[in-house]
Design a protein around this ligand. Structure first.
Ligand code: PRP
Length: 388
């Protein structure tokens, strides 16, 4: 262990924030690179770019992680241009860094991690959003991932336009209050046959601002429990939630329609139906006309990271690149038809092209603000005129 590394004395296997900030959250070969370049007296001025695909593919993904990436690089003597959080990308750089290589080399690992993981979750969340544009969709997936990344998952869900999140501390980090009502554990704590007591106690105990959403699949048939919940809470019941386990699901759409029928027949037309449990975009398309909303977890939280890489494309003013990558500092343009174009930054772009790489840091100073809601509006606008 290097002498300057602090002892591993924390209770959890979580890389500390300080290690990310000071560049120790890095792959060891960057430390060897620094040692070697310093030994050789080399520290070239470079332009480096973060890119997934070299050329536009027409397969759009949603950019996340920009805020964390900006704070990672803040204070370094470098200039950074980047696409905004919540913009679509499909090829060419999403970020461009100019500076002396050793000033930022050790940050590559964390930089790519921030951008790759958040963009993967945001892209999956956008798939979900587009599958049910009119429905309420909540992010339920924090349970599947390490708690240290819950805020990233929830922010990515919101950037893609999902309507709410479930993770309390994650919400505190990103400034968005978590929502949620009851797990099966609450019903089980009251015992089989006593679901009414659980729903009633929830209604008595929980703040009036929280919607009354009764979970209705714990011990008996969904239709039976839905009607019992409606009779127990009457007009106080806002919604029911069906989280029917996979082994009992059969035709889930039919179950939902049957419950809807029986509620309507008895005058409970205003009671909404929420569904959850292992849902993805295809399920949302299949159910969106018969439910009010969805809880989606693993599809978003377990998304594959985007395969970003950081590559040097200019060294001491001369274009350069490793095999398979494109030399030269680039700009990415979005034209009015929603298509993206990659060109050299010092050449004219398409006449109606909007430049997507915008200033993020100037000599280490942050020149941009971050706002989740604005990012969500950006992703909705970008996605509007693109065929996925
Ligand atoms: O399947 P996902 O899309 O990842 O969604 C996350 C979870 O949310 C629901 O759990 P619920 O709130 O009912 O929890 P409980 O079964 O622990 O009570 C559902 O059972 C999923 O396991």
């Amino acid at each position: 262990m290097p002498r300057d590394a602090p002892p591993a004395d924390g209770p959890f296997d979580i890389v500390p924030v300080d290690a990310i900030r000071d560049g120790r959250a890095t792959d060891a070969y960057f430390e060897r690179t620094r040692t070697t370049l310093e030994h050789a007296g080399k520290n070239p001025r470079v332009v480096a770019e973060v890119t997934a695909d070299q050329f536009p593919t027409g397969e759009f993904e949603l950019l996340g992680g920009v805020k964390d990436a900006a704070h990672l690089l803040e204070g370094l003597p470098i200039d950074v241009d980047a696409m905004r959080e919540g913009r679509l990308f499909d090829g060419g750089p999403v970020m461009r860094i100019e500076g002396d290589y050793l000033d930022f080399a050790r940050y590559e690992t964390s930089l790519l991690g921030f951008l790759s993981h958040a963009s993967g979750c945001a892209t999956a969340a956008l798939d979900v959003r587009r599958a049910a544009p009119e429905s309420q969709v909540l992010s339920f997936g924090a349970r599947h991932v390490h708690p240290s990344i819950a805020a990233m998952v929830e922010r990515s869900a919101l950037v893609a336009g999902l309507d709410g999140i479930s993770h309390v501390a994650g919400g505190e980090v990103i400034g968005h209050e978590a929502s949620g009502t009851m797990p099966h554990a609450l019903l089980i704590a009251f015992g089989s046959g006593h679901q009414e007591d659980a729903w009633r106690a929830f209604d008595e105990a929980v703040d009036a601002s929280v919607p009354r959403v009764a979970l209705v699949d714990t011990y008996s048939d969904e239709k039976d429990e839905a009607l019992r919940a409606a009779e127990t809470l009457g007009e106080r019941l806002d919604s029911i939630r069906l989280d029917t386990t996979g082994s009992r699901r059969g035709d889930f759409r039919h179950i939902v329609q049957e419950v809807r029928w029986e509620l309507d027949l008895r005058g409970y037309d205003d009671v909404g139906i929420f569904v959850s449990g292992g849902l993805g975009p295809d399920d949302l398309r299949e159910l969106r006309d018969v439910v009010a909303g969805f809880g989606v977890g693993g599809y978003v939280s377990n998304a594959d990271p985007v395969d970003f890489a950081l590559d040097i494309v200019e060294r001491d003013g001369e274009p350069c690149a490793k095999r398979g990558k494109l030399s030269g500092a680039k700009q990415v343009y979005r034209t009015s038809d929603g298509a993206h174009h990659v060109g050299l930054a010092d050449r004219p772009g398409p006449t109606d092209g909007e430049e997507l790489l915008e200033p993020l840091l100037r000599d280490g100073e942050l020149v941009r603000e971050f706002d989740v809601e604005k990012a969500a509006r950006r992703s909705a606008a970008d996605a509007d005129d693109v065929d996925f």
